[in-house]
Design a binder for this molecule. Structure first.
Ligand code: AMP
Ligand code: ZN
Length: 104
């Protein structure tokens, strides 16, 4: 998707280091962290938002949640929050679907 920052990051065009990657998604540190650990899990394929999801995307989102768990395990986090902001009114700023993984 043209002009989508997360699409550019996902293909490696920005040089953002990945903390994790698999065939479905990549993960990297949020540029403006809201908690001591603040990682974004981003799909490789462009989906704008949860509102744009179709049923065929259900497996992908499940894999992104599972990737979040693998990252948290690797970091040894005892607990954490997973957050998806949906729509401008829901606080979404980047319209490429992603999960926030946050921990204190
Ligand atoms: P959201 O408000 O759910 O759309 O979250 C977007 C998040 O992306 C915010 O927490 C931003 O700080 C973060 N962000 C925006 N641009 C970048 C970037 N180039 N690299 C890393 N994180 C970014
Ligand atoms: Zn995108």
């Amino acid at each position: 998707m043209e002009n989508c920052i997360f699409c550019k990051i996902a293909v490696g065009d920005v040089g953002t280091p990945f903390l994790y990657e698999d065939v479905d998604c990549v993960a990297f540190n949020d540029i403006d962290p809201k908690s001591p650990t603040h990682i974004l899990i981003v799909s490789r394929r462009h989906i704008g938002s949860v509102v744009d999801m179709s049923e065929s995307d259900v497996d992908l989102l499940g894999r992104m949640v599972f990737a979040s768990k693998l990252i948290a395990n690797k970091l040894g986090l005892p607990g954490y929050r997973l957050q998806i902001n949906v729509g401008e009114a829901g606080g979404q700023e980047v319209f490429h679907i992603h999960i926030h993984l946050m921990s204190n």
